[in-house]
Design a protein. Structure first.
Length: 288
C-alpha cells in the first residue's frame, strides 16, 4: 500500500506540471494530448469487449476516437470549421453508423455477436473520445494559445473532481456505514459520497478566489458553486458507470498503463462526465 502510494505521488509530481504546461499552451499540443487519451481509453474499452468474445471494428473505433478531439479543436479555433461541422455533423453521424453496420455485415457471422460488435465500435469513441474532447471547447472557446484564464477554466473540474474523490475515499474509510452501490463498487459508502459532495462544494469559493479571480475569469460565486455541485454528484456517477463496465468483465483496473493509477479509463472515469457537463454549464452561464 505504501509502495503504491509512493508510485502515485511520484507519477503525479511529474504528470501535473506537464499537464498544466500543455493546457496553458493549448493549441495543437493540447489537441494531440487529448487525442492520445482518447485512443488509449478506446483501446481499453475494446479490450473489455474482447474479454467477452466480441470483435468490434478496432481500427475504425481507434481512428474515430483520436479524430474527435482534433475536430473539436479545429471547430473551437476556426469559425469556418465550426460552421461546417454544425451543418454537416448529423449527416456525417448517420453515414458513419451506416458504414459501421455495412462493415459489421461483411466481417461477422450471426454467431459472432454482430450487434455487440457494432455497438462497441460506435460507443467506445463517443465515450472515450468525444467526452474528453470538451476540454478543447473549454480551453479555446474564448481563449487563444498560452492562456492562464483558459487553463483555469479547464482545471476547475479537474481539481474539483480530484478533491471530491479524495474526500470521499477518506471519509468513507474513516466513517464507513451503509454501502452506496455494493453490486457495482463494494467499497464506496454513502458517508464517503456525501463527504465528497461537500468537498466539491468547498472547492468553489476556494478556486474562485485563488484561481479564477487572479486569472481574470468572470464567474460569480453562485455559478462556481452550481458547477461544483453538479460535479460533486455527476463525477461520482461517472466513476460508478466505469466501475459497472469493469465489473461486467471482471477487471479491477482497465489496464496497468499509468503507474499506481491503473488505466486511462480509471483516471478519467469521473471526468468523462465532469468535463462535458462543465463545458455545458460554462456555456449556459455565458462564461465561454
Amino acid at each position: 500500500m505504501a509502495s503504491n502510494l509512493t508510485t502515485r505521488i511520484a507519477f503525479a509530481a511529474i504528470a501535473i506540471p506537464i499537464a498544466l504546461g500543455v493546457v496553458w499552451y493549448g493549441g495543437l499540443p493540447l489537441a494531440l494530448l487529448i487525442s492520445l487519451v482518447a485512443w488509449l481509453g478506446t483501446g481499453e474499452l475494446l479490450t473489455f469487449s474482447r474479454q467477452q468474445g466480441i470483435r468490434p471494428w478496432a481500427p475504425a473505433a481507434l481512428v474515430s476516437a483520436a479524430a474527435l478531439p482534433l475536430l473539436a479543436w479545429a471547430a473551437a479555433t476556426r469559425p469556418e470549421t465550426a460552421a461546417t461541422v454544425d451543418a454537416a455533423y448529423p449527416y456525417a453521424a448517420a453515414l458513419w453508423v451506416i458504414v459501421v453496420l455495412v462493415a459489421t455485415l461483411a466481417r461477422l457471422a450471426p454467431t459472432q455477436k454482430p450487434l455487440s460488435a457494432a455497438a462497441i465500435t460506435l460507443f467506445a469513441p463517443l465515450y472515450a473520445g468525444a467526452l474528453p474532447a470538451f476540454v478543447l471547447t473549454m480551453r479555446h472557446a474564448n481563449q487563444g494559445e498560452r492562456s492562464v484564464a483558459g487553463t483555469a477554466l479547464v482545471f476547475f473540474p479537474l481539481v474539483t473532481v480530484w478533491v471530491c474523490d479524495s474526500v470521499a475515499m477518506t471519509v468513507g474509510k474513516r466513517v464507513g456505514g451503509p454501502k452506496l452501490w455494493p453490486t457495482v463498487s463494494p467499497n464506496k459508502t454513502w458517508s464517503g459520497s456525501i463527504g465528497g459532495f461537500v468537498g466539491a462544494l468547498a472547492m468553489a469559493p476556494i478556486f474562485t478566489s485563488a484561481v479564477f479571480r487572479p486569472a481574470g475569469v468572470e464567474i460569480s460565486p453562485w455559478q462556481a458553486l452550481a458547477v461544483a455541485g453538479v460535479l460533486g454528484v455527476m463525477g461520482q456517477i461517472g466513476d460508478l458507470a466505469e466501475s459497472l463496465l469493469k465489473r461486467e468483465v471482471g477487471m479491477k483496473d482497465s489496464s496497468h498503463l499509468i503507474p499506481g493509477h491503473g488505466g486511462v479509463l480509471d483516471r478519467f472515469d469521473s471526468l468523462y462526465f465532469a468535463i462535458p457537463l462543465t463545458a455545458g454549464l460554462y456555456r449556459l452561464f455565458g462564461i465561454i
